[in-house]
Design a protein around this ligand. Structure first.
Ligand code: SF4
Length: 510
């Protein structure tokens, strides 16, 4: 408990139970307080009369409950490398890492995009996983754990629940998809949050654009939008506590009322209310004069524009059908309506990419800069990582040396024309790809990585020590006939759809 926290809901102060669970965030406190999903999950459990739930972060020093009394310990698992922090948090409380080595210790589970997409590399460490949207099933899982006579009974019952994967009881598991009838928001606002005193709310979940590489889209289909009246009610709730709000969603501009929300905020600002508003990265079609005017009136100076690739050809290949003209228009609108700069976000090493596509990025930068003097343009790149349950899941990644050459080329050429850029670590992206498409053979590998310190060198040394061909997971093109480690997860769209989509996007170029 932190006295700089402001709860937006009425907490139940005295609980009628001795059932204790910890909800853990594998990162420091300030990040946890800007994590919408994690905080919302906490709220739903905190509101239960018969559960004592406590939040735990990697930098938590003192806990309200003793680990001896904790029956259930859940982790939010959003990034591939989170396993390193999760292991160190388990060890901090003297919990054996592998589930088969635990007896009286609490049941350990995880939920979040990484394990929803492919839990296999982590299956030895967790007693169960929540697959997909966990808001509702979380309560069912807690109830089962609370009422079961013992761990074995709890796991057996959990394995029968839709959306829960218990490695001890393998079989098909259906991914959960929640209807967004209510608006999810940060139920606690904190001065010490990474986004200080900011009320974050989710306008929509998923993205209908279906870029071939995009897990955020495919894992969250169909696109769901919060009803407009719910949105306004939630915005007003947030504004009664703070003047800083952030709208979240992979494709918020696709919300049928996105423009109405912007107008609503704009009018409040014009009538004298102080509001700072930010939005997650914008799509080109969201950049209209009204939206930009609202953002600038609400204090936003810069924004991010995801273009993914420099050439129209490659954007078409990845299903991001965005013309150069649309990009130029968006930049002009952003500039004319008060933004100071835009950061373009792109990816290198996408399937079928050639040097011409990279040249196209530089050309684009040059043209945008020439046409928009005084406007701050920068670029950020990451490298392609094949993700489960996407049409590009069968595509291997380019080797590290070649990607590093491409990254250096872009940095050098953009620097020459006065544009700054940064590129994510190609080497870390390689290990992310290994984990993304990994199978159960990686469980011992990640344990070895952790024990060896978790740095880049530890990954390489551990693979060598355990004789694991990591290139097979990261670099190889897979055939459509291959059984994939995550095939047991029943997800929509199904594999046949992904195969057809892969063929539709790539067949002209491979
Ligand atoms: S537009 Fe963005 S969020 Fe939507 S599918 Fe493409 S990359 Fe993903």
């Amino acid at each position: 408990m932190n006295n700089k926290e402001n709860y937006l809901y009425k907490r139940k102060q005295s609980k009628t139970t001795d059932f204790v669970m910890w909800m853990a965030f594998p990162g420091i406190y300030s990040f946890s307080m800007s994590s919408l999903g994690y905080l919302w999950m906490f709220k739903t459990l905190d509101e239960c009369e018969d559960v004592n739930v406590e939040r735990i972060c990697s930098d938590t020093e003192k806990t309200r409950f003793n680990i001896k009394d904790v029956k259930l310990f859940g982790f939010s698992f959003s990034f591939d490398m989170d396993f390193l922090t999760i292991f160190s948090m388990l060890e901090k409380y003297s919990i054996p890492l592998k589930s088969k080595e635990r007896t009286d210790e609490p049941l350990i589970f995880a939920g979040g995009p990484v394990v929803s997409a492919n839990p296999e590399p982590y299956k030895d460490f967790f007693d169960f996983f929540i697959i997909g949207d966990g808001e509702d099933v979380n309560l069912t899982a807690v109830k089962i754990c609370k009422n079961a006579k013992n761990k074995h009974e709890a796991l057996k019952l959990l394995s029968e629940v839709e959306g829960i994967y218990v490695p001890a009881y393998p079989g098909k598991v259906k991914k959960l998809t929640k209807r967004l009838t209510e608006c999810i928001y940060t139920p606690i606002i904190s001065e010490d949050a990474f986004f200080k005193n900011t009320f974050i709310l989710e306008m929509s979940r998923g993205c209908a654009n279906r870029c071939g590489f995009c897990l955020a889209s495919y894992l969250n289909l169909p696109l769901r939008c919060v009803p407009y009246d719910e949105l306004l009610k939630t915005i007003n709730l947030g504004l009664s506590y703070t003047d800083k709000i952030a709208l979240l969603g992979a494709q918020i501009s696709a919300h049928p009322h996105f423009h109405d929300v912007c107008k609503y905020i704009y009018e409040k600002i014009k009538s004298g209310q102080k509001i700072e508003m930010s939005v997650s990265s914008l799509r080109v079609d969201a950049i209209t004069p009204d939206v930009v005017k609202t953002l600038t009136a609400a204090g936003q100076k810069n924004s991010t524009l995801a273009i993914e690739a420099g050439s129209e050809r490659l954007r078409k290949v990845i299903n991001k059908n965005l013309t150069e003209e649309q990009i130029f228009n968006a930049v002009k609108i952003a500039k004319d309506n008060g933004l100071k700069g835009l950061k373009f976000y792109g990816m290198i090493g996408l399937p079928t990419e050639t040097m011409d596509d990279l040249e196209a990025i530089v050309q684009l930068g040059r043209k945008v800069k020439a046409e928009n003097k005084g406007f701050d343009i920068s670029f950020g790149f990451s490298s392609f990582v094949p993700k489960p349950n996407t049409p590009f899941q069968w595509c291997g990644r380019e080797n590290t040396k070649s990607l590093e050459e491409k990254a250096n080329f872009l940095k050098k050429e953009l620097h020459k024309i006065g544009i700054s850029s940064n590129v994510s670590s190609i080497k870390w992206d390689y290990w992310q790809a290994v984990l993304s498409r990994g199978d159960e053979s990686l469980n011992d590998f990640i344990l070895e990585v952790y024990k060896s310190g978790g740095k880049l060198g530890a990954f390489k040394a551990s693979a060598k020590k355990l004789n694991i061909d990591t290139d097979y997971f990261a670099l190889k093109n897979y055939s459509f006939e291959k059984t994939l480690p995550w095939d047991f997860i029943d997800i929509s769209p199904e594999k046949d759809f992904l195969i057809n989509e892969n063929k539709r996007l790539l067949s002209d170029f491979i």
